[in-house]
Design a protein around this ligand. Structure first.
Ligand code: C5P
Length: 234
């Protein structure tokens, strides 16, 4: 199984061979590997099975399920044999949906996504939320934890408010992090360093391109970058 690193590497590639190579070259520094919708829609459960069989790593299956409770329970059961460490659902699917997911995959930490950080305050109001994105995220996190979710995904800027609303036990996972020496040039706008997010109370940070973009410079460059980011994070 994976080590205790707080880094989750986003395997955002639609090439299976590349995903394998990224894992091989970063396993010393990465705790969990995130497979998202693009990977799952391309390779399905078989692709995830292949990754687990070959590398024996912990998986964050980022499917962001959101449907009626019965359907989400069925979808969760359908992937439960993969034993992902984390499986995401949208907190806004409500308590019954979250509880059914929790009951359908007892070995997995059902992980609730609160408010997508791609949404602006205006978007959040237009969708119909009465409160700000921060208040709505804290409220959704609390609802999700009461329904049985064991982890929450949120922006690094929401960590403290969410920690206050859910207590110490639930795991907090944040994307939107960039190492200190990051050159920018991608689409993450409001960011923190992994160390800042972890010191504010996150348990894991999700990081992708600051590590995976080094692939074009060769396996060693990628391996060293992952090790450097881990060293700066803890
Ligand atoms: O490459 P980068 O470090 O930006 O990758 C971050 C990962 O986290 C991507 O898989 C992205 O989809 C995901 N993510 C994010 N921001 C969110 C939610 C998810 O960057 N608010």
């Amino acid at each position: 199984m994976s080590n205790r690193s707080p880094l989750i590497l986003a395997l955002d590639t639609s090439d299976l061979k590349t995903a394998h190579a990224w894992i091989e070259n970063t396993q010393d520094s990465i705790g969990v590997y995130k497979l998202g919708l693009e990977f799952f829609c391309t390779f399905g459960s078989k692709g995830v099975e292949e990754i687990v069989a070959q590398h024996n790593v912990d998986i964050f299956l980022d499917l962001k399920l959101h449907d009626i409770p019965h359907t989400v329970a069925g979808a969760t059961r359908a992937v439960s044999h993969l034993k992902p460490r984390f499986l995401t659902v949208h907190a806004s699917g409500g308590s019954a949906m979250i509880t059914q997911a929790v009951e359908s995959a007892p070995e997995t930490d059902i992980t609730a996504v609160t408010i997508l950080t791609s949404l602006s305050e205006e978007d959040v109001r237009n969708i119909g939320f009465a409160n700000s994105a921060l208040q709505s995220a804290a409220q959704l996190a609390s609802l999700a934890v009461h329904a049985g979710a064991r982890a929450i995904v949120c922006s690094p800027f929401e960590i403290e408010a969410i920690r206050k609303s859910v207590g110490d036990k639930p795991l907090i996972i944040t994307p939107g992090v960039r190492p200190q020496d990051s050159q920018g040039g991608d689409d993450q706008v409001r960011v923190m360093t992994p160390a800042q997010a972890l010191s504010r109370g996150a348990n894991y940070v999700v990081i992708g391109r600051p590590i995976t973009s080094l692939w074009s410079q060769g396996p060693l460059a990628m391996k060293e970058k992952a090790a450097q980011i881990l060293a700066e994070s803890i």
